[in-house]
Design a protein around this ligand. Sequence first.
Ligand code: GLN
Length: 216
Amino acid sequence: MSLTASGEGDHGVDATRPRVGVLALQGDVREHERVLAQLGADVVRVRRAEELASVEGLVIPGGESSVIDKLSRSFGLQAPIRAAIASGLPVYGTCAGLIMLADRIVDGIEGQESFGGLDIAVQRNAFGGQIESFETELDVPALGSAPVPATFIRAPVVREAGAGVEVLARLSDGRIVAVRQGGLLGTSFHPEVAGETRFHALFLDAVRQRVGAAAA
Ligand code: GLN
């Protein structure tokens, strides 16, 4: 469904400056836009199916997953986003965005749905009321040896990950907080609030790879 599938589109294909969307229904949209622009992406806000159709990758921000779910349905975006994920669109979800990418949600509200795509079970608000938010540094071998600063805000954790899911980071107690499966990337935490750019760079690598493959 992406214009890049044919290697043609009215915005042209420039693998060095990919056009990426930030789902802008609710949540910390601006922080993602800032990091993506800093990394050289052409960033657009996605609120309508036509905007989704114009992008080569999508970021789903943190916020409140039950609200993003409801709004995505009322904006007619749920089905197009599911179709885009099925067709291989690279997507990066942080926090609520990770929940939206999970095939299974633990402790969702009544009737809560996700887009799915990642073969994981994610537990919402996994740190309970005692520790609502915290910052830590994570070891993420896929991003090099320098620790990754990570801000957790009413964060989820990955409770189960299928065989096809690559675990990118765990807390010191072993709980999974970053995963990748094909072009889908998800983190329980917000790298963007600490100015950390490496997860977004990893996402943009997947976008550039796909754009390059389509153009070849
Ligand atoms: N607790 C939120 C949810 O369930 C996620 C919080 C966040 O995105 N920072 O969607």
